[in-house]
Design a protein around this ligand. Structure first.
Ligand code: NCD
Ligand code: ZN
Length: 424
């Protein structure tokens, strides 16, 4: 265990009411002290003049592809990408091979993650093999270390099972993370159904495929009284339904992803599968509704839905699987698009990317408090850079942010009090 004294950093954390330039001492994996001026001999020091310091980001929607799909990503490489993006905790989705539907697989993930550069919060499957037919053993999975339940990517098709999952998860105090999609409406759709899909002559996914799913999960949450977290919101109608459900007292939280607030389906005109994901990029009116939802708090959190796929898999526009990576660009995207355009302040953005997801997952991170865990990151809020996927730390390169200029860049990341990333 090493000690670090980080000096002259602009420390920002709404959850602890911290917004001043000062020093922070990391000791034994914890934040030992925070103050305007600290002195301590014999420990490593870092002069953070000009940098902002915040709780490490908590990305509540990440596909680490481990076990079984490690040609795309694995726990080690995914956590390395996380560290480079200032992310110190990732919720790992269960659509692996095998699916994370057994205590053994949860234990495998946690064991491998114990040596990784970020914390991994395993999300267990709702149904065995993500087939929607039989519920998993929630109690045993939670005991093994699962922090939430989801059938992300293979959404539970039967409302009855989803209601039962919400009830069980609620009784155990863990959230259900819902990928809202009615696959009978998606059919063979590749991109959002609208002007762009028509111009290209490719089958579209109607916004209703997502909205029908959102409506179902909100109704189930209202009727069972159980909480639900809506994943990767991308449509205007879903934003409005979530807003209305919250007004009705539903215990609902929601996340969106940087690609939904930063780009539209016009990107698909390039016929490049690196812009294909589920749910798909939508038209400008949906993007604007997402911004509004973020601004008024209807959408609580920002997550990436980091979904790595190899270049070979992404080569064919039509056959490529859905998904884009995002761990190494989320902070820059948020600063550029949300802070830069006045949608929210920088402290608010950091809060929505760390403290809020930590609270939803009941994880003891996402705060700068003395005695709290030393998961922190430092970034230059002014640095402007162009996204070059070839320089990424994860295994895959399928970024929809390639070539974009972003403002704000991670310089150092500490996880468990250890330096896990330093910008070269
Ligand atoms: C996800 C993946 O690749 O695992 N892809 C995506 O586009 N979000 C699965 C999914 O949620 O469809
Ligand atoms: Zn999903």
């Amino acid at each position: 265990m090493s000690e670090w004294l980080i000096r002259h950093a602009h420390m920002l954390d709404l959850s602890a009411g911290v917004d001043y330039t000062g020093d922070i001492l990391l000791e034994n994996g914890c934040i030992a002290q925070i103050g305007p001026f600290l002195s301590r001999r014999g420990c490593r020091t870092l002069d953070a003049d000009g940098l902002c310091l915040a709780p490490g980001l908590v990305d509540m929607h990440v596909h680490l592809r481990d076990p079984g799909l490690t040609h795309k990503e694995d726990i080690e490489s995914g956590c390395e990408a996380a560290a480079a993006g200032g992310v110190t905790s990732v919720a790992a989705m269960p659509n692996t091979a095998p699916a994370a539907d057994s205590p053994e697989t949860i234990r495998y993930i946690l064991e491998k993650a114990s040596h990784a550069k970020a914390r991994v919060l395993p999300v267990a499957a709702i149904t065995k093999g993500l087939t929607g037919k039989e519920l998993t053993d929630f109690e045993a999975l939670k005991r093994a270390g699962a922090v939430a339940f989801s059938d992300d990517g293979c959404p539970v098709s039967t409302a009855y099972f989803m209601a039962e999952a919400m009830r069980r998860a609620a009784s155990m105090g863990v959230p259900v993370l819902a990928h809202c999609e009615d696959k009978t409406l998606t059919r063979n759709g590749l991109i959002h159904e609208g002007a762009v899909s028509q111009a290209l002559g490719v089958p579209g996914v109607p916004a209703a495929a997502e909205d029908v799913g959102t409506a179902r999960e909100l109704s189930l949450s209202l009727s069972t009284g159980a909480p639900v977290h809506i994943c990767h919101v991308s449509t205007a109608v879903s934003v409005q339904m979530i807003r209305a459900a919250k007004k009705m007292g539903a215990k609902v939280t929601a996340e969106t992803c940087p690609h939904y607030f930063m780009m539209t389906d016009e990107k698909l005109l390039a016929c490049d599968a690196d812009y294909r994901m589920s749910p798909p990029l939508r038209p400008e009116r949906d993007r604007l509704a997402i911004l509004e939802g973020l601004q008024d708090g209807t959408i609580d959190a920002i997550a990436t839905d980091h979904a790595p796929h190899t270049a070979e898999e992404k080569a064919d526009f039509v056959k490529a699987p859905n998904g884009v990576i995002g761990l190494e660009t989320s902070l820059g995207a948020g600063i550029t698009c949300l802070v830069g355009q006045g949608v929210m302040s920088l402290p608010e953005l950091l809060y929505r990317m760390s403290s809020v997801p930590a609270r939803i997952l009941k994880a003891p991170c996402g705060t700068l408090r003395e005695g709290g865990i030393a998961d922190i990151m430092l970034f230059d809020p002014q640095e402007s850079w162009v996204v070059e996927p070839a320089r990424f730390h994860g295994k895959s390169r399928n970024s929809a942010f390639k070539g974009l200029r972003l403002q704000g860049r991670v310089q150092y990341t500490f996880c468990r009090g250890e330096l896990v990333y330093q910008r070269a």
